[in-house]
Design a protein around this ligand. Sequence first.
Ligand code: HEC
Ligand code: HEC
Ligand code: HEC
Ligand code: HEC
Length: 183
Amino acid sequence: MKKFLFVLTTISAIIIFFGFKYQDEPKKHGYIGVEACAMCHKTEKQGKQLDIWKNSPHAKAYQALMTEEADKIAKEKGFDTPAAKTEACLKCHASGYNVDASLLGKKFKVEDGVQCETCHGPGSDYKDMKIMKDREAAVKNGLIIYENYQELCVKCHNPESPTYKEINFEEAWEKIKHPVPKN
Ligand code: HEC
Ligand code: HEC
Ligand code: HEC
Ligand code: HEC
């Protein structure tokens, strides 16, 4: 009888443990890459988000880690890996470097640096036209939109950046904003 009770409690404990664990972990969305977002977000009518991004410093944020200067900064910070292999640098310069390969679409490239999905969230579950056209559904499926863009900018543009330069966020936003034209 004692043994039976022991087995029973152990089984319940396992079920409860994994039950909670499962609840704690939100569904992981996959990254599809800039080119996949751009299928729809490159036309004049949509607002040419692709071109605006390509001409922005964010498209080159990974390349910025591929220089001798960057490796020097990483070394000075006490890392013994090249900057482009250092998570503490990648966290503000790229996306998708720290997720399971199964979550990366064929078109996704870590070399694209700070890309659409770095700011708007991984898009595998919101990219379909039907969901994209319904803001509420898109947000439910992982799209991140912002009330105030500055709350996003300060996540990376802050003194934790080894080369930190204070920027004027209004001017900075003018340089990278990419609205859908109102007609
Ligand atoms: C199949 C076409 C399609 C794809 C692929 C697509 N989108 Fe969209 N997206 C749309 C359409 C259509 C809208 C609605 C635009 C409007 O307001 O008229 C939209 C809206 C948005 C909005 C604005 C939401 C709002 O209500 O403010 C964001 C942000 C966005 N898309 C980001 C992305 C990102 C990031 C990707 C890639 C992960 C992506 N989209 C892929 C078609 C697409
Ligand atoms: C908190 C976010 C953040 C972290 C962490 C971070 N960076 Fe940056 N990095 C930025 C931002 C934002 C800029 C643009 C201007 C600035 O320095 O504020 C930048 C700019 C740079 C530049 C200059 C690029 C150019 O075009 O001149 C280099 C080089 C660089 N970072 C290397 C690194 C290295 C190496 C690490 C890791 C040791 C690192 N960064 C970690 C946010 C970050
Ligand atoms: C550095 C962060 C960042 C990157 C990179 C970025 N966005 Fe945005 N995006 C924003 C912010 C902030 C807004 C304004 C607030 C919002 O709607 O979320 C925005 C707004 C939008 C909107 C809505 C515009 C409107 O008029 O309502 C669309 C569509 C969009 N982004 C698509 C994209 C696509 C596609 C890419 C990649 C080609 C991209 N974004 C890259 C931060 C970013
Ligand atoms: C995920 C991290 C990240 C976020 C979020 C982010 N940035 Fe950046 N930003 C960077 C990095 C990294 C660079 C440096 C890229 C380089 O020099 O190659 C940069 C560079 C810039 C530059 C060029 C700065 C210069 O000195 O030339 C502007 C402008 C800019 N970002 C605007 C914005 C704005 C506006 C927002 C918020 C809407 C934003 N960024 C959000 C990482 C980020």
